[in-house]
Design a protein around this ligand. Structure first.
Ligand SMILES: Nc1ncnc2c1ncn2[C@@H]1O[C@H](COP(=O)(O)OP(=O)(O)OP(=O)(O)O)[C@@H](O)[C@H]1O
Ligand SMILES: [Mg+2]
Length: 451
């Protein structure tokens, strides 16, 4: 029996700040995109395509395939990937990494990818356990000499009276449970649960029937129903990576690693095989369910041939998340080779991709997106300021105008102004270059900059 502990799955939310306004793909019942919905504007064809992909994924028809979002910078590729994950539902793992993040001095590229992939696969585990549950109506802990140190008194056993709405039961527990009762400061009137098999104690809260000193500090719960000894279902959602780490920790190192706190940076492939095996068994027994999430690789052209082949291979395996990649490159060299290829990807991989292209926005669409962003950031915006931002977005890039809006918003707020004015946008825009300006600058001063 595997003991389950919860480890926070390292979801990376910080980088989706710029996309916090996106709630979904904004499609109607027939899968058609509404012009403005769920925080998304325009890009109708790509959104409808993304909707079809989500549908395929839900039906399990996406195996052996991955998705590529291709299009110029600032055309909403990342936005659509985020929307796809939202569309798949709450609790579905979403892991985002950039093609450049796989390069590290300490770990192999394939290891980084493998870990990300396993973080993007959730396992919902159901477990039926026998527990004693009830309100403590009396508690008597017997202390005795410690077997290791006769001068110290430790809890030796306890007799607890547990009450539910239906019955009352007196139970006697050994030193392990008695110690936990003291540790958690269990007292009369608490509702507790004791695992019948491993004796783990948990405090559910303070019974609503009991006298409570401090209402704020304690969670008040009703006195439990049913018998004291009962079977209860517990549900946990872990990722394959969480399970890998738990098993690796148990297997690895022994006393040496405990003392020195050495944690191996890489997980033994054997551990992963064992985890997969275990999870498959659980699924067959009906005790677990696999929840494939989304692994989103932004700037996928930054991956080299080795990483790309890893992705191709991984797509074929059984336990695989929905892989969504994005790139803004056209025909370019496949990294690590001299071969030019569309999107910098080998043809055999391209062959297995579902490709969704995104198109440049019109000035109106940019205006709508900016309005949504302004609302999201809690700032109002003057008509003239919006016009200017729209123009900047069309001339330079959407990304640039979204950024300028963000900065102007912060500036207005610190000055205590309610609305972003045109002057504010002008001033901020004057101070920051867009990519093209920066490149022109580099060209102009090429000879004077250090190399
Ligand atoms: N159709 C849209 N509706 C609403 N917001 C959008 C839409 N498209 C893009 N955005 C927002 O505009 C900004 C820039 O878009 P995004 O980062 O998705 O572009 P990208 O195609 O991924 O660009 P890059 O190639 O530079 O990575 C983001 O804040 C994004 O949320
Ligand atoms: Mg992007």
């Amino acid at each position: 029996m595997v003991e389950i502990e919860e480890i926070g799955s390292g979801m990376r939310l910080e980088r989706i700040g710029a996309h916090s306004h996106i709630k979904g793909l904004g499609l109607d019942g027939d899968g058609r995109a509404k012009v403005v919905a769920d925080g998304l504007v325009g890009q109708v064809r790509a959104r409808e395509a993304a909707g079809l992909v989500v549908m395929m994924a839900k039906e399990g028809k996406l195996s052996g395939k991955a998705v590529l979002l291709a299009g110029p910078p600032g055309t909403g590729k990342t936005a659509i990937a985020v929307a796809m994950a939202r569309e798949l539902g709450e609790g579905v793992p979403f892991i985002q990494l950039s093609g450049s993040e796989i390069y590290s001095a300490e770990r192999k590229k394939t290891e980084v990818l493998m870990e990300a992939m396993r973080k993007a696969i959730g396992v919902k585990i159901r477990e039926l356990r026998k527990v004693y549950e009830g309100e403590v109506t009396s508690l008597d802990v017997k202390m005795g000499s410690s077997p290791y140190n006769p001068f110290i008194k430790v809890p030796q056993e306890a007799v607890i009276n547990l009450k539910t709405s239906e019955e009352e039961k007196k139970i006697r527990v050994g030193p392990n449970v008695a110690r936990q009762l003291i540790e958690y400061a269990i007292s009369e009137g608490d509702v507790i649960m004791i695992d019948a098999k491993d004796g783990r104690v948990s405090k559910v809260g303070r019974s609503s029937e009991a006298f409570t000193f401090d209402l704020e500090a304690e969670q008040v719960v009703p006195r439990p129903n049913g018998p004291v000894l009962k079977e209860k279902e517990f549900v946990y959602i872990l990722t394959l990576d969480d399970l890998d780490r738990m098993i690796a920790k148990r297997r690895g190192g022994g006393l040496f690693s405990l003392l020195l706190g050495v944690e191996s940076k890489e997980i033994d492939p054997e551990v992963r095989v064992a985890v997969d095996q275990q999870v498959k068994e659980w699924v067959e027994e009906g005790r677990a369910e696999i929840i494939p999430g989304v692994m989103f690789i932004d700037d996928a052209h930054l991956m080299d041939i080795e990483a790309l082949s890893f992705i191709s291979r991984a797509m074929e395996s059984e336990l695989v998340p929905i892989i969504v990649m994005a790139t803004n490159r056209g025909v370019t060299k496949i990294r690590g080779t001299d071969i030019e290829a569309p999107f910098g990807m080998p043809l055999d991989l391209l062959d297995r991709l579902v490709i969704i292209t995104t198109e440049k926005y019109s000035e109106e669409e940019i205006g709508e997106i900016l309005k949504i962003r302004a609302r999201e950031e809690g700032v109002e915006i003057e008509e003239g300021a919006l016009e200017l931002l729209k123009k900047l977005g069309a001339e330079k890039s959407l990304r640039y105008s979204v950024q300028i809006l963000g900065i102007a918003g912060v500036r207005a707020r610190t000055k205590g102004e309610k609305k972003i004015t045109k002057e504010e946008v002008e001033q901020v825009a004057q101070r920051f270059s867009d990519v093209k300006e920066a490149v022109d600058y580099l060209k102009k001063y090429e000879s004077e900059l250090l190399r």
